[in-house]
Design a protein around this ligand. Structure first.
Ligand SMILES: [Zn+2]
Length: 149
């Protein structure tokens, strides 16, 4: 069920029920990592983990040549600001692809998609968006937030 009431980021941050979904309106003011090349990570299916992005990536654990064998997955975050509070929200996997409308790939190599991403972010940073945010727990960490499509 989709929430229909807009929530201030402060209320999202302070909510104690996890997972929970919120509808927010806020400006994207920054992104992490800063380099677009690092927005997509290769995923080693042998080790079941994502690896550092590189022009010719190899899995640090099993040394598998990843470009031919890996699936690429978006993994980045944006900083939202609603004028009263800020919240870092993660964009991951298919939700990130749907949000950007750009397929995940090796952004070190694929200049065309990297330029598309650069133009997309130029349009997004500084823009007020309405989005769905979900709170979740990642491993042993405290609660985090992700943007869902
Ligand atoms: Zn591996």
């Amino acid at each position: 069920m989709l929430p229909d009431q807009l929530k201030p980021l402060a209320a999202v941050r302070q909510s104690t029920r996890i997972p929970n979904r919120f509808r927010c309106r806020a400006e994207i003011i920054d992104h992490r990592p800063s380099f677009l090349e690092d927005f997509c990570r290769p995923f080693c299916s042998m080790c079941n983990e994502s690896c550092p992005p590189r022009p010719e990536p190899r899995c640090p654990s099993c040394n598998l040549e990843l470009d031919r064998n890996a699936q690429y997955i978006y993994m980045f975050s944006v900083l939202l600001d609603d004028g009263r509070d800020q919240l870092e929200v993660v964009l991951h996997g298919p939700d990130a692809e749907a949000f950007l409308d750009i397929p995940a790939c090796n952004l070190y190599k694929d200049v065309t998609q990297r330029e598309r991403l650069r133009m997309k972010l130029l349009g997004l940073v500084g823009t007020r968006i309405e989005c769905q945010v979900e709170s979740y727990r990642a491993f042993h960490e405290a609660k985090r937030f992700r943007l869902i499509a």
